[in-house]
Design a binder for this molecule. Structure first.
Ligand code: HEC
Ligand SMILES: [Cu+2]
Length: 326
């Protein structure tokens, strides 16, 4: 599924932090894990010790002196409860502390990206202030390495939650309410994220990828994304463009540089530059595209894209056209 110049696997782990935000979350995880491990070992040790003592007493034929044991037991339970409370309060404190240090937005004007959750895909808009202006893509967020990135989060329909574990903690996307989240990727690579709040039937197939790359590569990518789609010159591709623009596709999709301007579904201006389609569900290959366009309901049942009955030549031309949208 991996294409392009990036080496290595698709990372998705809380325990391999690749930035300052995720590092804090990872540290918190280790504190909780270590504490829980110590408590577990102590509890099991005490249980083993008590069982052995009771068994020995039984073998010696002694009876437990209830009245002498009672205050001892009360003391043990009281101390146990107090220790539990203290540990839980310490957890709460550590949690709040990490939460506080995560939220302040860095002073340096960060790259701002608007992410809107839809059932079941991510709309990604770069609020670029350069002369070429903003551009929109889907399910793939490119960021420069080592720089803070601010995500401005919104939702179109229901509550979603963005979670790229290597880079940051979770944050909900709530309809009618703007939230923000910042992170910084310190290592170039490909990071997988997914929706972390149940949002309907295809919640499980709502993934995204963060592509962290050196500044120059990022700028190259952004410059490409800002351009409108190139006019198809190849006759088959031109035919495919016709199929797209005269069919139902324009009701839901936009391709900059053509008359298609709807934003119900993902912007397709640079579809061919993306690694996956349908929010990480399929690799972006000709075959997968064909399967998706003909019957998206088979791939993501309930998805808000209808099946398309296309003549074989029309489908073929349409695929050729879509693959020119680099
Ligand atoms: C009623 C609206 C609607 C119509 C009509 C429609 N689509 Fe879609 N399309 C969507 C939605 C919504 C998605 C996102 C689905 C998801 O990932 O959950 C989508 C996704 C796609 C994708 C994957 C994009 C990506 O980056 O993941 C492609 C390609 C696509 N549509 C092509 C087409 C073509 C070609 C047509 C016309 C033959 C068409 N669509 C008609 C709504 C529509
Ligand atoms: Cu979701």
């Amino acid at each position: 599924m991996l294409q392009g110049g990036l080496r290595g696997a698709l990372n998705q782990s809380v325990l391999e932090a690749s930035g300052p935000q995720a590092a804090k979350v990872e540290r918190l995880w280790w504190i909780a894990f270590t504490t829980a491990a110590i408590v577990y070992v102590l509890t099991m040790g005490a249980l083993w010790f008590a069982a052995r003592r009771a068994r020995r007493r039984e073998l010696r034929g002694e009876l437990l002196d209830e009245t002498a044991a009672e205050p001892r037991m009360t003391r043990a339970v009281t101390w146990g409860t107090a220790a539990t409370l203290v540990i839980l309060l310490l957890f709460l404190g550590a949690d709040l502390l990490v939460g506080r240090t995560l939220s302040p937005i860095p002073k340096k004007q960060p790259l701002t990206i608007e992410v809107t959750g839809h059932q079941w895909w991510w709309e990604v808009a770069y609020a670029d202030t350069s002369p070429h202006g903003r551009f929109t893509t889907a399910n793939e967020i490119h960021v420069p390495v080592g720089e803070p990135v601010l995500l401005v989060l919104e939702a179109q329909d229901v509550i979603h939650s963005i979670w790229v574990p290597n880079l940051a903690g979770k944050k909900d996307l709530i309809p009618g309410y703007t939230q923000s989240l910042w992170f910084q990727a310190d290592t170039a690579g490909l990071y997988r994220g997914q929706c972390a709040e149940f949002c309907g039937l295809q919640h499980a197939k709502m993934a995204l990828q963060v592509v962290a790359e050196p500044r120059t590569k990022y700028e190259e990518w952004a410059a490409g994304q800002q351009k409108p789609a190139q006019n198809a010159t190849d006759p088959v591709a031109s035919r495919g463009r016709e199929v797209f623009l005269t069919g139902t596709c324009v009701m839901c999709h936009a391709i900059e540089g053509t008359s298609a301007g709807s934003h119900v579904g993902p912007d397709l201006t640079h579809l061919a530059s993306r690694r996956t389609i349908a929010a990480g569900t399929l690799p972006n290959t000709r075959g997968a595209l064909a399967g998706w366009i003909v019957d998206p309901q088979r791939i993501k049942p309930g998805v808000h894209m209808p099946p398309n009955q296309l003549k074989p030549q029309d489908l073929d031309a349409l695929l050729t056209y879509l693959q020119t949208l680099k």
